[in-house]
Write a protein that binds this ligand. Structure first.
Ligand SMILES: CC(C)(COP(=O)(O)OP(=O)(O)OC[C@H]1O[C@@H](n2cnc3c(N)ncnc32)[C@H](O)[C@@H]1OP(=O)(O)O)[C@@H](O)C(=O)NCCC(=O)NCCS
Length: 128
């Protein structure tokens, strides 16, 4: 599974690929991962808050609702665990991801200037 995740991540983030070891380390550090053939989402909950660490869908499978479905599954699971609020960061110029999160009901709650190699990060949140 970790090798498949490595392969999928490289398709989604060709400039910053994560290795199977990176995914293993994330799991050891308390992150949860949901993955299917064409998509993955990494998130972490602590007390009543959670963070979406990353999400990706294979280029050939995009715009078919996979990311929305994965986010929905994660939100439902987190809510059942007592999580009240989710946070995430997204690059200001990442139109697809910002569209995904806005459609899912996330709203901007802050900004980190020049966070991603000179690109601003938008902080977003959603109450569950
Ligand atoms: C962002 C990403 C995960 C979206 O995955 P996806 O499965 O294509 O998204 P969905 O099909 O569930 O789309 C849900 C909504 O997001 C928005 N959206 C998705 N892609 C979009 C695009 N290219 N432009 C504008 N809005 C977009 C739309 O509102 C869409 O709803 P609609 O199709 O009914 O209009 C995918 O583009 C991806 O893997 N990108 C590269 C990795 C990445 O940047 N991850 C985010 C890191 S923060």
């Amino acid at each position: 599974m970790l090798n498949e995740l490595e392969n999928l991540h490289a398709q989604c983030f060709p400039n910053k690929p994560w290795t199977a070891q990176d995914f293993s380390d994330l799991k050891k550090s308390g992150c949860d991962i949901i993955a299917s053939r064409n998509g993955f989402i990494v998130y972490r909950a602590a007390a009543d808050e959670a963070e979406i660490i990353t999400i990706g869908v294979a280029p050939g499978a995009r715009r078919t609702g996979i990311a929305s479905a994965m986010l929905g599954i994660v939100e439902k699971e987190l809510k059942s665990r007592g999580v009240k609020k989710i946070f995430l960061e997204v690059a200001e110029n990442n139109t697809p991801a910002r569209g995904l999160y806005e459609t899912a009901g996330f709203t901007q709650c802050g900004m980190r200037p020049k966070y991603y190699d000179g690109i601003d990060a938008i902080l977003m949140t959603k109450n569950l």
